[in-house]
Design a protein around this ligand. Structure first.
Ligand code: IMP
Ligand code: MG
Length: 176
């Protein structure tokens, strides 16, 4: 079976939108220290893109974590397993979670619950893509790059069997 990628959001549009988000975030966090948390591996590309467009006067710190959404394999179990925890304490910090896409919202929902227990001063969410049609878990996305319909996409950090994360555009995966 062959596969190819059909461009859905071109690189220029992604770049422009990420600059807009960076401007919004720079304005909202002005005067504070922004603690960005990347959800590996999908969020890495977006977090680096976003961070380079933040206002240079903004104080920014970063940390990384990795989770597995399928603790015991059942969709509804609500188990999110931490594969790599944060290195730094987030108590009292203004935390921004950065991820590639919010689909069902399941991963983020449980991650946010876990992180709130560590008492950050604030905890917001920024995702490059949002698939609202698929949302089964009540998560609030504070900053979203693009809303997309329910198709499987790759690029800008998103993968299919670990491939295509490097593509500078978002494309629909077509299997034939
Ligand atoms: P959720 O817990 O259902 O919101 O799942 C979110 C995770 O599933 C994302 O962080 C992605 O890693 C993955 N995912 C969801 N939709 C896609 C897609 O269209 N392409 C690639 N990965 C996806
Ligand atoms: Mg992910």
């Amino acid at each position: 079976m062959g596969e190819y990628i059909r461009t859905m959001i071109p690189a220029e549009d992604i770049d422009r939108r990420i600059r807009e988000l960076a401007a919004l975030i720079s304005r909202d966090y002005a005067g504070r220290t922004l603690h960005m948390i990347c959800v590996l591996k999908g969020g890495a590309y977006f977090m680096m893109m976003l961070s380079r467009y933040l206002d240079e006067s903004l104080a920014v710190t970063m940390d990384f974590m990795s989770v597995s959404s399928y603790g015991d394999g059942t969709e509804s179990s609500g188990i999110v397993r931490i594969l790599k925890d944060l290195d730094q304490n987030i108590q009292g910090k203004d935390v921004l979670m950065v991820d590639d896409i919010t689909d069902s919202g399941r991963t983020l929902y449980h991650l946010l619950g876990m992180l709130w227990q560590r008492k950050p001063n604030s905890l917001r969410v920024c995702t490059l893509l949002d698939k609202p049609d698929r949302r089964g878990w009540d998560v609030r996305i504070d900053y979203a790059g693009f809303e997309i319909e329910d198709v499987f996409v790759v690029g800008c950090g998103l993968d299919y069997k670990q491939k295509y994360r490097n593509l500078p555009y978002i494309g629909e995966l077509v299997l034939e």
